[in-house]
Ligand binder design. Structure first.
Ligand code: PBG
Length: 332
């Protein structure tokens, strides 16, 4: 007697039906990434004539002014939605004076990109002192060595004016000082630059995943940023409070950073934010996939695509990623 297959007595839900063919999966897909959702973070270093590789971020470089211009144009041609610029000065001091100097490398780099690209892209600048201070903190220090919130705000206001003057469309307030968005907003409005916007790093955690970035900007930080960046052990309520404050102070976009370890936070922010939400896939998120792929332990391209989808699925409308150009090309 032939063996009959054992069938369940009730109809089984056929979850696999829509997975059967590529065409069915394509039709059923709900989340996608557009090239114009992607923002490329870029580094420009003072006093170099050739791009300098960043060891801990294979494929990412510190640019010279000329290579910055070339790479910026290529990124925009690839379809990315914007560029976020970081400066690497050749000299640092206690107050980070290179940050608001119109001849400082970040402002010169911004002006160069604005000259090359005009309004063809959205030009963003990191508004923080850590790349410019000799101690590597995001603000200026008080006599006791702590980071002085309100003295730092004065420096940020001055940076905002320099960056607006250099051509930035959106200023990325990333220093995690209380009141920074409001101070920057008022400084811009006072000089009738109300069209310049603020992309606020709203929940920003004190994260080990920024490790490779420290090499990228030749950071001189000793210690940590735990007295101003958020504690990973805090919950979603604190993150939402940061967002609410930044929005009330005038943030045009809020950003969650890092991305993958904080998808729960991203999802909560995206569900409630009245302004568009960005997420920053940071240097450590990049480096760990590159490193695993280099060892043959992971399928690099699939892993990159999956991370970008996960960030979109959690609700980000924009993603800062060091893979922006290659992802934009493969998505075209
Ligand atoms: C602050 C800033 C940092 C990053 C972006 N803006 C460093 C920090 O907060 O310690 C990290 C980005 C990355 O890791 O890719 N200027």
């Amino acid at each position: 007697m032939s063996q009959l297959p054992v069938l369940p007595a009730f109809p089984v839900s056929r979850m696999r039906r829509l997975r059967r063919t590529p065409a069915l999966r394509r039709l059923a897909g709900e989340v996608s990434v557009r090239p114009s959702d992607l923002i490329l973070p870029m580094f420009v270093a003072e006093g170099i004539s050739e791009p300098r590789p960043i060891t801990s971020m294979p494929g990412v470089v510190q640019h010279s002014l000329d290579s910055l211009a070339k790479a910026g144009i290529e990124a925009v041609q690839a379809g990315v939605g914007g560029l976020m610029l970081f400066g690497v000065p050749s000299g640092k001091d206690a107050t980070g004076s290179g940050a608001d100097d119109p001849n400082g490398i970040l402002n010169v780099g911004l002006a160069r990109l604005k000259f090359e690209l005009g309004d063809a892209t959205v030009l963003m600048a990191d508004l923080c002192l850590d790349e410019f201070t000799e101690h590597g903190h995001c603000g200026v220090l008080a006599a006791d060595g702590s980071v002085d919130n309100d003295a730092t705000l004065q420096r940020y206001a001055s940076m905002a004016l320099a960056q607006a003057e250099a051509g930035a469309d959106l200023l990325g307030t990333s220093g995690m000082m209380d009141g920074q968005v409001g101070v920057v907003r008022r400084a811009l409005d006072n000089v009738h630059r109300s069209e310049v916007g603020v992309l606020a790093y709203a929940p920003k955690y004190a994260s080990a995943f920024y490790g490779p970035f420290r090499e990228a900007v030749d950071s001189s930080l000793v210690g940590d940023r735990l007295t101003y960046q958020q504690d990973p052990a805090r919950g979603v309520a604190e993150a939402l409070a940061e967002v609410a404050l930044d929005v009330s102070e005038g943030a045009d976009v809020v950003m969650v950073k890092p991305a993958m370890p904080y998808l729960d936070v991203l999802s909560a922010v995206a569900a409630t934010s009245p302004v568009p939400v960005a997420a920053y896939q940071v240097s450590g998120e990049y480096a760990m996939i590159e490193a695993a792929a280099e060892r043959g332990w992971i399928d690099r391209d699939r892993a990159i695509g999956e991370t970008l989808l996960s960030i979109r699925r959690a609700g980000a409308s924009m993603i800062l990623t060091y893979w922006a150009v290659e992802a934009a090309i493969s998505l075209r």
